[in-house]
Design a protein around this ligand. Structure first.
Ligand code: B12
Length: 215
């Protein structure tokens, strides 16, 4: 099977929420020497884009979305061990989490994974993370960057609160804040005084590299 066809099939398997098929296809990709990172980005993640689109148009509903999410994770299980970590050219630590009130973690997990592949040390706090936890954990682990993820217009308002709490705790200038998620924009990042924004997983790595380089 040609690489392009394989990517198309991975994409469809995510949309259909077919986890058995996606496991087979992911393994096939590995067996054929296809780069795991490309299979993830050009295949599986493209499927989630379709899912988001269909959800918005009310062509797909929550139970189906959950199946797609499960298929995405099934692919990650197979592909993850084959993602080649870069020769730790990035020596920074990124602490990342989905802000309080929000359980959408597929995007955050992709970003977290790609940062690891990009050579960063990643402390993943998970989803629905209480705002004060970001500050408490930052004091403990002293990350170079805190990555905040939000997928809802309600939960994104937790981001400026985290920044305010970091200021109150006197640690705002010790860490860079990188934000992302579907409703987030560069404009919002500027408004709330975040240090960086990235719209996708791959661009998140570049943004993190830039933030660390600028330290
Ligand atoms: C999948 C999904 C779900 C799944 C989540 C499963 C899971 N484990 O994550 C389920 C079914 C559980 C769900 C539930 C709900 N959902 Co929902 N969901 C979605 C959907 C369709 C796709 C999100 C997704 O996974 N996208 C794919 C990933 C790969 O993309 P991504 O998350 O954007 O991440 C990328 C970038 O944003 C970026 N990024 C992400 N995080 C970060 C962080 C950093 C630091 C950086 C740099 C970059 C970055 O990189 C990622 C990779 O490229 C969106 C639609 C949409 N347009 O986003 C709605 C959506 C987010 N959901 C929505 C809603 C309303 C809900 C519910 C309230 C529904 C309900 N009535 O129960 C609940 C909310 C529960 C809660 N409290 O959080 C709304 C939010 C509306 C709003 N107010 O803003 C949306 C926008 C749909 C809509 N148009 O109505 N949902």
């Amino acid at each position: 099977m040609e690489e392009k066809e394989l990517f198309e099939k991975l994409k469809s398997a995510v949309v259909e929420g077919n986890d058995k098929e996606i496991k087979k296809l992911s393994q096939l990709a590995i067996d054929n020497g296809v780069d795991a990172y490309r299979a993830l980005i050009n295949g599986c993640a493209k499927g989630m884009d379709v899912v988001s689109d269909k959800y918005e148009k009310k062509e797909m509903f929550v139970p189906e979305i959950l199946l797609s999410a499960r298929a995405m994770y099934a692919a990650l299980d197979v592909l993850m061990p084959h993602l080649k970590a870069e020769e730790s050219k990035n020596t920074g630590t990124v602490m990342i989490g989905v802000v309080e009130g929000d359980i959408h973690d597929i995007g955050k997990n992709i970003v977290s994974l790609l940062l690891k592949v990009g050579g960063f040390e990643v402390v993943d706090l998970g989803k629905n993370v209480p705002l004060k936890t970001f500050v408490e954990k930052a004091k403990e682990t002293k990350p170079d960057i805190i990555g905040l993820s939000a997928l809802m217009t309600t939960s994104m308002m937790g981001m400026p609160e985290v920044i305010g709490m970091m200021k109150d705790a006197g640690i705002r200038d010790q860490v860079k804040i990188l934000i992302g998620g579907a409703p987030i924009s560069q404009k919002f990042a500027d408004q709330i005084g975040a240090d960086g924004y990235a719209p996708t997983g791959p661009s998140a790595i570049k943004a993190a590299e830039k933030l660390i380089g600028g330290n």
